[in-house]
Design a protein around this ligand. Structure first.
Ligand code: C5P
Length: 401
């Protein structure tokens, strides 16, 4: 992985997350990118320009009216120099000024004067992020083709918990890497299924499972970061589409997921089946709400759902297939069995129960493939998904050079 000779302009606006952008500069420099930093005046209250100057090895610019700096590299040259502009952190104020096309300081002026793709990594208090004014500005910027990266949810510097944390420097670096087509899955099309399926019994009841969809969504996001074009087929979940996913298809039942995945798989190089697909569906779906009959046991007849992975592997030309296996015991035995039976290239197995797996924010996986295995230790699902994707990329390149 290299960003040699890539020219990245980092904009820093006023927010405590500015300290994390120092790390971002280091991460970009580690990959040999050329980095120039433009700070808003507010940002200098959080981190000194000297810090960014030392890390980037280049003079840092703050003011539009610095005659000496303008004589060296004027703001228009700076705007032309940049191949990518990433503003991290992007404060509520900066989003507002950009949404309105203002050019009242050097950073906003450079953003307006540049044809380079613009990436914004918002960071602010969760209440501010949720404010309709901020959301309207974000929607307007998105519509203009600006890429919004994050924010992530979690604990905030102000003590609140919610959406508004800046994405981690490693994640921002990966997104920039992928944007230059240099990720591990560059040029490949990845299809991911995620979440549960709901099998309707009547208009108000269904049989479902406890999948939150978080693992599959994290896999989709990691694939985007690795440079893939990603299609996500999602069961009923309440999760936002990860930034950069090209197409999201929402489904409800296993049959709908089966149809959506088989259609999309024709255009995919890799399929990761992270969905927890219901194995059975009611043989008959009542159009009217079933009424309780006290004292009489109710039995439901269930029919088996088709196996999506097995259907794919039965086709002569099919994508590289990655399945998941959530098991309560004998994880290795059952996972290897599924690898064989379903005709998979790789399976990611995890132990469920005791607070692990479903609905949990973190997970651990063991990957199995014909002739090999590897452990991915317990960590947050986004991190785990990145590890998984990097192994999938390795195996894919080995299997289909
Ligand atoms: O057999 P089991 O449901 O444990 O296998 C899990 C794996 O198989 C997951 O990758 C899941 O997405 C996939 N699966 C499928 N179609 C089904 C059931 C499971 O593709 N009907």
């Amino acid at each position: 992985m290299s960003l040699a000779q890539r020219r990245i302009l980092l904009g820093v606006s006023g927010g405590i997350a500015a300290y994390k952008s120092c790390e971002l500069v280091r991460r970009l420099r580690d990959l040999a990118a050329e980095v120039r930093v433009v700070m808003t005046e507010a940002a200098t209250h959080f981190v000194s320009p000297t810090t960014f100057q030392a890390l980037s090895g280049q003079p840092v610019r703050v003011s539009l009216w610095d005659a000496q700096a303008e004589a060296a590299m004027g703001h228009i040259e700076l705007a032309r120099w940049a191949e990518r502009i990433v503003v991290a952190p992007a404060s509520a104020d900066l989003l507002a000024r950009l949404a309105h096309g203002m050019a009242d300081d050097l950073l906003t002026t450079v953003c307006l004067a540049s044809a380079a793709p613009l990436y914004l990594a918002p960071a602010m208090n969760q209440q501010m992020w949720a404010h309709p004014a901020v959301q309207a500005n974000v929607a307007c910027l998105r519509q203009r083709g600006v890429q919004l990266l994050g924010p992530a949810a979690g604990e905030q510097a102000c003590g609140d918990v919610g959406s508004g944390r800046m994405l981690e420097p490693g994640a921002l670096r990966d997104i920039l890497l992928a944007s230059f087509g240099t990720g591990a899955l560059a040029g490949l099309r990845v299809l991911v299924s995620a979440g549960p399926t709901y099998e309707d019994i009547d208009p108000v009841r269904f049989i479902g499972n406890r999948s939150s969809g978080r693992m599959g969504f994290a896999v989709a996001e990691a694939a985007v970061r690795a440079g893939a074009t990603v299609t996500l087929v999602a069961g009923p979940v309440s999760l936002p589409t990860p930034t950069g996913v090209t197409q999201r298809i929402d489904v409800r039942s296993a049959a709908q997921m089966h149809a959506a995945v088989l259609a999309a798989a024709r255009e995919a190089d890799i399929y990761v089946g992270a969905a927890a697909v219901g194995d059975y569906r009611p043989l008959e779906v009542s159009t009217l709400k079933l009424k309780k009959r006290a004292g009489t046991p109710l039995s439901l007849k269930l029919d088996e759902n088709p196996d999506i992975l097995a259907s794919l592997s039965a086709q002569p030309a099919h994508p590289f297939l990655v399945g998941f296996a959530a098991e309560t015991h004998d994880v290795a035995g059952y996972a290897r069995g599924k690898l064989e039976r379903k005709g998979l290239d790789m399976i990611a197995a995890n132990q469920v129960g005791d607070g692990l797996g479903f609905e949990a924010p973190d997970n651990a996986l063991t990957l199995y493939w014909a002739g090999g295995e590897c452990e991915l230790p317990r960590t947050a699902k986004p991190e785990l998904a990145r590890e998984l994707i990097s192994r999938v990329a390795e195996r894919y390149r080995a299997a289909r050079p």
